[in-house]
Design a protein around this ligand. Structure first.
Ligand SMILES: *[C@@H]1O[C@H](CO)[C@@H](O)[C@H](O)[C@H]1NC(C)=O
Ligand SMILES: *[C@@H]1O[C@H](CO)[C@@H](O)[C@H](O)[C@H]1NC(C)=O
Length: 237
């Protein structure tokens, strides 16, 4: 019990420390996340979480929850091995996947590793069904995955992944699992972009060295709208 309390204190202290050090970079100018044309949906194609969750919500079936701080960052603390949390997007029109990408920005610190996944789930597949799949079965729905097995203080991860062309409207799901000893994930912003805007954001994306990870996968398409998979990305499937 004493050990658990110390762990929580330690984690909170670290979080407070990082909170101060990154506070100057947390509020991007609103122009960088301007909403795209609504395409039959409302204004939830991008979110910087400055005012609300923009229609994203916690998965009530997960063991933990994302919280939003007043500076517009979603954060969570996972301290127990194999606990997980998920963030579920609104439902998006399938037409967005034709030339679309999903861009997101994370800052993650961990004691001994975590797995972060971004899924694209067609609405005709239930979440419980997707999660019951083994890793091979899940692969069809995974846009991005990074698995870390060593500690790091402050990794910026900024995946820009192509969307899959399912024959259905879809939902994006962001999942973080604590592999061993605490993980503190933070989400700065998310956006579904189109065409040249995907290329533009991908060019400036912060991608940590793949050496940091035991596994690193990002779904890309080799068309002219996105740069092809390059050496900075390690495919592990
Ligand atoms: C977006 O759509 C949802 C559901 O239709 C609605 O509740 C919400 O008010 C809409 N938001 C805006 C800004 O129109
Ligand atoms: C790219 O983003 C800008 C600014 O948000 C927007 O006006 C433009 O329509 C977007 N281009 C495409 C191809 O979606």
């Amino acid at each position: 019990m004493v050990v658990q309390c110390l762990v929580v204190l330690f984690v909170c202290a670290m979080f407070n420390a990082i909170d101060r050090t990154t506070s100057t970079t947390k509020n991007p100018p609103p122009t960088t996340v301007t909403a795209q044309q609504p395409l039959g949906l409302n204004d939830s194609l991008s979110c910087d979480f400055n005012n609300n969750f923009c229609g994203w919500k916690n998965d009530p079936q997960a063991t933990d929850e994302w919280h939003r701080d007043e500076s517009g960052v979603l954060y969570a603390y996972l301290v127990v091995e194999n606990t997980a949390l998920r963030l579920l997007s609104p439902i998006y029109d399938r037409i967005l996947a034709e030339t679309g990408c999903f861009s997101s920005s994370f800052i993650i610190q961990t004691g001994l590793g975590y797995t972060i996944r971004i899924y694209q789930k067609p609405v005709n597949v239930a979440l419980t069904e997707l999660l019951q799949n083994n890793n091979i079965g899940k692969k069809e729905y995974i846009l991005f995955e990074a698995k870390a097995t060593t500690g790091h203080y402050d990794a910026h991860i900024n995946p820009v992944t192509a969307l899959k062309k399912f024959d259905d409207d879809f939902q994006i799901i962001i999942e973080v699992t604590c592999n061993k000893f605490f993980v503190i994930p933070r989400i700065d912003k998310v956006a579904i972009l189109q065409g040249s805007n995907c290329t533009a954001v991908d060019m400036t994306a912060t991608t940590p060295s793949t050496d940091t990870f035991e596994a690193y996968y990002i779904h890309t398409v080799t068309t002219t709208t996105l740069p092809p998979t390059t050496t900075r990305r390690k495919k592990f499937y």
